[in-house]
Design a protein around this ligand. Structure first.
Ligand SMILES: NC(=O)c1ccc[n+]([C@@H]2O[C@H](COP(=O)([O-])OP(=O)(O)OC[C@H]3O[C@@H](n4cnc5c(N)ncnc54)[C@H](OP(=O)(O)O)[C@@H]3O)[C@@H](O)[C@H]2O)c1
Length: 277
């Protein structure tokens, strides 16, 4: 039985534990968690009886084989420094954060490493997880990790150069699309007699149905847009208005996330060099 450890039970650590258990990828008794503020880990154990709550990261390393490191980028090196000599060669350390490179992890963690970027949609056992394998992973470790992730997501291998853009779509995308949906609701409410409640219900049911249409592979994105857009019709008029407002919105979005990514990587590099010296 593979024993899974989760260090950091904030948003992503909790999401991973919930998805592992819901998908039956792991039983609660095979999962050990710890969090800096212990109450958070205990709350998770209340939700999943038989989940073990550990006192320290070292405890997690003593008890588990596959260890998800679910802390923020600036919390990584302070967490990893005291663990340097605690890892076993058979263990796998998995980072969930994009600005820390595999190379940086490999210089800091003596066992094989990988990176997995989850998405909030994994909670409903759907969507992608973005996987970057470390250079020291064995084929068995790769296939084991893949099999675990495949229980609650569609794992996709992503190289270092594409990890930010891929994360923008797979992991930040739910927030971006939700923002657009909320804008649609606000627009309807301020310019038409539709109530906020009605607009919200119609919007959430529409997006749920849209997800189902794509899940059933009924149309490609382009086919769907063409099906709904009658030439010279009302949808076309709406799309023209959108094109005027949004024609370069996503280019700007990807530029903005790349800029923030470079800034985050610089901060990580500085803290990494500080830790090294
Ligand atoms: N949020 C997303 O949708 C998303 C998606 C993909 C990837 N990620 C990545 O996931 C990582 C975590 O993000 P998050 O949103 O889950 O952040 P979060 O909610 O702030 O969770 C981080 C958790 O780590 C705990 N922690 C910090 N240092 C620790 C230590 N030394 N030992 C044990 N626990 C420690 C914190 O404990 P306290 O309770 O004491 O603060 C907190 O509960 C980030 O690196 C982010 O890039 C996030």
């Amino acid at each position: 039985m593979m024993r899974i450890g989760v260090i950091g039970t904030g948003t992503i650590g909790t999401l991973l534990v919930d998805a592992l258990i819901k998908s039956k990828a792991a039983k609660p008794h095979a999962i050990s968690v710890m969090n800096r503020t212990k109450a958070k880990a205990e709350a998770l154990a209340k939700k999943h009886p038989r989940l073990s709550v550990c006192e320290s990261p070292i405890d997690i390393l003593r008890r588990t084989d596959l260890i998800f490191l679910c802390v923020k980028p600036n919390q990584f090196f302070p967490l990893l420094r005291p663990l340097r000599h605690a890892w076993q060669p058979s263990q796998l350390a998995i980072s969930v954060t994009s600005p820390i490179t595999i190379k940086q992890l490999e210089t800091y963690v003596p066992c094989p490493v990988a990176r997995v970027i989850p998405s909030i949609v994994n909670q409903s056992l759907s969507g992608s997880t973005l996987v970057t394998f470390g250079t020291h992973m064995t084929d068995l470790q790769k296939s084991r990790l893949w099999a675990v992730l495949a229980q609650f997501s569609n794992p996709i291998e992503i190289d270092e150069a594409s990890v930010r853009a891929a994360s923008d779509i797979a992991s930040c995308g739910p927030a971006f699309i939700t923002y657009l949906l909320r804008k649609m609701i606000d627009g309807a409410v301020t310019t038409t007699p539709l109530s906020h409640k009605q607009a919200t219900q119609l919007t959430t049911e529409m997006i749920e149905g849209l997800g189902n249409v794509f899940q059933e592979k009924l149309y490609t994105l382009e086919e769907l847009q063409n099906k709904v857009t009658v030439k010279g019709g009302i949808t076309g008029a709406g799309l023209n208005a959108l094109e005027n407002a949004f024609h370069d919105a996503f280019e700007n979005l990807f530029r903005a996330t790349q800029e923030k990514f470079v800034e985050d990587q610089k901060k990580v590099r500085e803290s990494f060099e500080q830790e090294e010296s």
